[in-house]
Design a protein around this ligand. Structure first.
Ligand SMILES: Nc1ncnc2c1ncn2[C@@H]1O[C@H](COP(=O)(O)OP(=O)(O)OP(=O)(O)O)[C@@H](O)[C@H]1O
Ligand SMILES: [Mg+2]
Length: 351
């Protein structure tokens, strides 16, 4: 399908609703929970899918949800894009904060879902979740992964299904400022349980930094996408993260360069995407331009790739998503997005 680059139809900004969306999700009581080391029974009777070792409700003295009242629905969406043999678990990380991990997670996840795959996005940012806001799902979160670990609910209750694309689900790790002793094993078991529900892609939105939150988020991942901006600070952090990923056995790593400004590159005020890629030595998945539409789409809770008339950043995210699922797609030329088909084909032959 040919997308037209341009400004999307301007709709009423609904400032009040934006403000209320931001407010909801801010007021949560912080609950510091400790993992009491009680002995787990041999089996877990409810259906969270986490198994007796992890499932907190399988532990004596913990509250249990009446399982029969919450039978998981059969969504009828199993593996429509069945060229994915094995589920893919991709962590989106950066080291440096604020470079576009969450924006990329929302848009890539939504694009891949639109391509027919069953996708689960995990907001692994404990204490500072944002992905729900970008997807417009903030009012629908009743349970988080911590509630699953605490035995308050089952996995399928905490998975929020997007109404626009029902093969996209969101799992938040925690409510704002809610802390918990989440371990690497918990993350692995959560992902295994999600895959058992038929999900083909799990995309983990990693918190900034390289401390325990980062380690937990990368633990279940088989591959990684490093997001960087063309700034030296972000590039250095990306390089550090690349080393840590390798040290943790993640070798399938790709690069997404975000907030690219062709005008600044032309004036030699910004590194080009090629420069960034060569400095890091990581295969390039895509490049996303700086675009005010990103802020508008964040405030509306509607990822860029859902716009009827895609902006250049929306096209670039779609392009990156197709490359992520393995299609040999051309790179969007940020200077010349309207390139003709013959030019694209010529470039494909030139490699
Ligand atoms: N291509 C872009 N053009 C314009 N603004 C962008 C772009 N990408 C991201 N932003 C803006 O940058 C800010 C940070 O983005 P985002 O929250 O996705 O980063 P992050 O890496 O997830 O941050 P954190 O490390 O805090 O989790 C947001 O205000 C977002 O709207
Ligand atoms: Mg983020």
């Amino acid at each position: 399908m040919q997308h037209v680059v341009g400004q999307p139809a301007v709709r009423a900004p609904a400032v009040a609703s934006v403000a209320s969306r931001v407010r909801s999700g801010l007021v949560h009581t912080s609950a510091l929970r400790s993992l009491a080391s009680t002995q787990a029974p041999a089996s877990c009777s409810h259906r969270c899918g986490l198994g007796a070792r992890t499932c907190r409700s399988a532990q004596p003295g913990r509250r249990r949800v009446a399982a029969a009242a919450f039978e998981p629905e059969d969504d009828g969406l199993a593996a429509s894009a069945n060229d994915v043999q094995e589920a893919r678990i991709v962590v989106i990380t950066s080291g440096k904060g604020g470079v576009g991990k969450t924006t990329s997670s929302a848009n890539l996840g939504m694009s891949i879902a639109r391509l027919g795959y069953k996708v689960c996005l995990i907001d692994a940012d404990i204490g500072l979740r944002n992905l729900d806001l970008l997807l417009g799902l903030e009012n629908r979160i009743l349970y988080t992964a911590i509630d699953i670990l605490d035995g308050e609910c089952r996995l399928d209750q905490a998975l929020i299904r997007d109404k626009r694309w029902k093969n996209l689900s969101l799992l938040s790790m925690s409510r704002n400022r809610q802390r918990y002793n989440v371990t690497r094993a918990h993350m692995v078991q959560l992902c295994e349980a999600i895959i058992a529900l038929g999900y083909q892609f799990i995309i983990l939105d990693c918190p900034a930094g390289i401390d325990v939150g980062f380690i937990n988020a990368i633990s279940p991942a088989k591959e990684a996408l490093i997001v960087t901006t063309p700034e030296i600070t972000s590039i250095r952090d990306a390089d550090r993260v690349a080393g840590l990923l390798e040290a943790n056995g993640i070798y399938n790593v790709k690069l997404l360069v975000n907030r690219v400004r062709p005008d600044m590159i032309q004036k030699n005020d910004m590194m080009s995407v090629k420069d960034v890629q060569e400095m890091l030595g990581i295969p390039l998945l895509g490049a996303i331009p700086e675009d005010p539409q990103v802020i508008i789409s964040t405030n509306r809770g509607e990822p860029l790739v859902l716009q009827k008339q895609l902006s250049l950043s929306g096209i670039a995210f779609e392009n990156a998503a197709r490359r992520l699922i393995g299609k040999q797609d051309y790179f969007v030329d940020l200077n010349n997005p309207h390139k003709g088909l013959f030019q694209k084909i010529g470039e494909m032959f030139q490699g």
